[in-house]
Ligand binder design. Structure first.
Ligand code: MET
Ligand SMILES: [Zn+2]
Length: 784
């Protein structure tokens, strides 16, 4: 029998129960015991869902739960807690225990009375997902030991007491070390060994005793996640390390080794081959082309295969007939059925919980979708459909339903828009390029805009006050008329303009107060998008995002932003920037179609934005900003795949921007990541002005501008907007002076790092006044 297996279940619960629980605890509304009890209830419910779906004993994961993050769980479990957090406990005395220390690492800890102020550990994106993990920090002489509370063992026993045998999930030691970093002190003294794998000697015994304890508790196997096996790895160094780890751990318990989000590629032969494992999991949604190599490998190594055929990263119903054919092909190649599993492509952590709560969604489209709970049903149904005896009538009916839903989707008029198709079939080269090269445009823009040297601007959003959010809510609930809401927004915009004029900014913004979110706002105004009510996915800690769903050809039925931008532009003498979200960011922060390449969806988005850009220009807007903060995070995991992505991502941006005249100034904005490696792509976007996050005053970034001979306008953020701290004039001036070492003064713009919507007005006013003062000082110095 081919069996169904699950790698991980979303933690938040049907109604974001975990979020509510931990936030209530943080707010002091429930005590620690209530938190612990509440979490146990959530876990119990999730195990039950999986057992009820028909995932067999031993194939249901445990320890996939975390109060905050699974990497943070391992930091706590192996006692890698950095000293500064242990100090918190020491200073605060008995009131701080392990759980408080855990949350201190996750979100920082402040207690003025006790003089405690530690920021959170660094957080990074988990591979190419929108989930963020806490980065382990290692000292050069780092030691490891098991915490007194051994969470994986405790959760295994907890499930067992409920009558459910689980397979504990742990992050593998090499992935744990690889994703960590050296503590700063370790770095500075350069006492740290070159590679973090040097810590394996100290770490491996701890994993051994963890597996030993799991075995003693009755675990029959363990899932070890090593997702770095989908990355480019230095084989010479990593192969011996993997051999060592898995020969030792594989001797204790049978291992399901799981990597996901991409192909194993050369790592299959160079690293995985020869490892002492029982079963290998592969993501066949992301890397279907790898199937033959996997089968050959499995046969040769006498290893079982977990075929990740149900997409854990997207929300579409699987094509179960195709999945079944794939498994049958594998069976036909001589792999025994009892060594085969079917599974989601990765942990279902990245899927929303369940469709059950979607009462408002168009039922036709809802019928095309599967969230985590429904995906479990698919995995089980797939396994059942593969049983040697004739499937039961129920199974046959369910398979027929799956087929019908997929056929309905493929043939649906809802997903096709002939006008969009016609435009897509006629994407001439010149649509991707501005009429004239930058120097010509710059001249025309200078004549039109008459900006001073060191022009000042902001990134778009201004403080989203409680009042603004309340009004939006009232409008939604019908407690405020549209007219009253519009009047309110108009007044807010006026207020924003007055303030910016008074502070002396040069290129103004309307403040984006009418926007809930920079993707949702546009998604709601585009055809081809649908919104879920409850499709939340964990982003970090208790934070969840609800990505909109692109289900069909994207088009713009009417102008989306012109009304408020025009309104704003008409109320000032200064240039007013129009604000749009770029095509790549729209794609990246949505659930996207799986029936056409991402590139095509992005081009459709680009065409819709292009129309908006042109309409803004026609309405008299002379500066238009197209934000692309997510362009870097779309990068494929393997370097060899980068060029293809970067080429179409850049093309999509240019397609969205190139419809305007020379005198119209196109801005773009980038933040959240390190842009050094994709610098030539940023340059290739051919924007007239770019603003870019530079909060760590990264000299490397500035050097790149010099090295690549960047010639257009550039505003590397001169202050960090992520904290309420107001930077002084001197501090900002210093940063500008440092920039001027690398950048010509004619190119430099002065602006904050990113939008100001999360800030309050008081600090915004103080900081922007200082920024304008810096601009005046720079101008004086330049003309002196
Ligand atoms: C994450 S980038 C944000 C850009 C947007 N225009 C804003 O100012 O909020
Ligand atoms: Zn930003």
């Amino acid at each position: 029998m081919v069996r169904a297996l699950n790698l991980g279940f979303p933690r938040m619960g049907a109604n974001r129960d975990l979020k509510k629980l931990v936030e209530a605890h943080w707010a002091g509304k429930i005590d620690e015991q209530a938190l612990i009890d509440g979490a146990a209830k959530i876990r119990a419910a999730h195990w039950k869902i999986q057992a009820d779906a028909g995932i067999a004993a031993g194939q249901i994961p445990s320890n996939d739960f975390a109060f905050y993050d699974q990497m943070l769980d391992h930091i706590a479990l192996f006692q890698v807690t950095p000293a500064r957090y242990r100090d918190v406990a020491a200073k605060a005395g008995a009131s701080v225990n392990e759980l408080k220390t855990y949350f201190a690492m996750g979100r920082g800890h402040q207690n003025k009375d006790l003089g405690i102020d530690v920021p959170a550990l660094e957080m990074k994106k988990w591979f190419d997902t929108n989930y963020h993990y806490m980065v382990p920090e290692f000292e050069a002489n780092q030691t490891f030991s098991l915490a007194s509370f051994v969470k994986p063992v405790a959760e295994f026993k907890e499930a067992k007491a409920l009558g459910i045998t689980t397979r504990p999930v742990i992050v593998g030691p090499i992935t744990f070390l690889h994703l960590g970093k050296w503590a700063r002190a370790a770095n500075k003294e350069s006492a740290a060994p070159a590679s973090r794998l040097a810590l394996l000697d100290a770490l491996l015994p701890v994993y051994e005793s963890l597996l030993q304890q799991l075995k003693e508790a009755g675990a029959e196997s363990v899932q070890i996640d090593e997702p770095i096996l989908t990355l480019d790895l230095p084989t010479e160094e990593y192969k011996p390390a993997y051999d060592r780890v898995y020969s030792r751990l594989g001797g204790i318990l049978p291992i399901l080794l799981a990597s996901y989000f991409g192909r194993y590629g050369e790592n299959l032969d160079r690293i995985v081959k020869g490892l002492k494992i029982q079963t290998l999991h592969a993501d066949l949604v992301r890397a279907p082309e790898e199937l033959d190599a996997l089968v050959a490998f499995a046969k040769d190594a006498h290893v079982g295969l977990s075929l990740g055929l149900i997409d854990g990263r997207n929300i579409w119903k699987a094509d179960l007939a195709a999945a079944k054919a794939t498994v049958e092909k594998v069976l036909g190649q001589g792999l025994p059925a009892d060594q085969l599993f079917v599974s989601p492509s990765c942990s279902l952590l990245h899927s929303p919980h369940s469709l059950a709560a979607e009462e408002k969604m168009n039922p036709v489209i809802k019928n095309w979708l599967a969230f985590a709970v429904e995906k479990l049903d698919e995995v089980v149904l797939l396994a059942k459909s593969l049983a040697p005896d004739t499937p039961s009538p129920e199974v046959q009916a369910a398979l027929a339903q799956n087929r019908a839903a997929n056929q309905d989707r493929a043939a649906s008029k809802l997903i096709r828009n002939d006008q969009v198709q016609a435009r897509m079939a006629d994407l001439k080269d010149d649509l991707f390029n501005r009429a004239a090269p930058y120097p010509v445009r710059a001249k025309e823009q200078a004549d039109k805009l008459k900006l001073p040297l060191f022009p000042t601007t902001t990134i778009g959003s201004l403080p989203q006050t409680k009042e603004i959010r309340m009004s939006r809510l009232k409008l939604k609930k019908g407690e405020m008329t549209e007219q009253a809401y519009d009047e309110f927004i108009g007044q807010e915009i006026l207020g924003c303009i007055k303030k910016q004029e008074e502070w002396g900014l040069d290129v103004l913004v309307h403040g984006e107060c009418e926007r809930n979110d920079m993707v949702e706002y546009f998604g709601e105004r585009l055809d081809g998008y649908v919104f879920s009510q409850n499709g939340w996915v964990q982003s970090y800690g208790s934070r969840c995002v609800k990505p909109p769903i692109i289900f069909g050809d994207v088009s713009r039925p009417k102008a989306m932003t012109v009304r408020w931008s025009k309104y704003a532009a008409e109320r000032t003498e200064k240039p007013m920037k129009g604000m749009l979200t770029g095509p790549v960011t729209m794609l990246q922060w949505s659930f996207v179609r799986n029936d056409q390449p991402r590139k095509l969806t992005t081009y459709q988005l680009a065409l819709a934005i292009r129309d908006e850009v042109v309409d803004l220009e026609t309405a008299g807007i002379a500066c238009i900003q197209i934000d692309e903060p997510a362009i870097r995070e779309g990068l494929p995991l393997r370097r060899s795949d980068w060029a293809t992505y970067l080429e179409w991502a850049s093309a999509a941006f240019r397609l969205s921007a190139a419809g305007v005249q020379n005198a119209t100034q196109i801005h773009s904005h980038f933040c959240y990541s390190d842009f050094n490696d994709i610098f030539p792509t940023i340059q290739s976007l051919d924007a007239d002005v770019i603003t870019i996050e530079n909060s760590r005053s990264d000299l490397k970034l500035l050097k790149a501008f010099e090295q690549y001979g960047y010639q257009a306008g550039i505003g590397p953020g001169i202050y960090d907007i992520h904290s309420p701290r107001v930077p002084s004039v001197e501090e900002m001036k210093e940063r500008v002076d440092a920039m001027l070492v690398f950048l010509k003064k004619e190119l430099l713009w002065l602006n904050p790092d990113c939008g100001l919507k999360t800030r309050g007005w008081a600090e915004t006013e103080a900081a922007l006044k200082n920024l304008c003062t810096v601009a005046r000082q720079c101008r004086e110095a330049a003309t002196a």
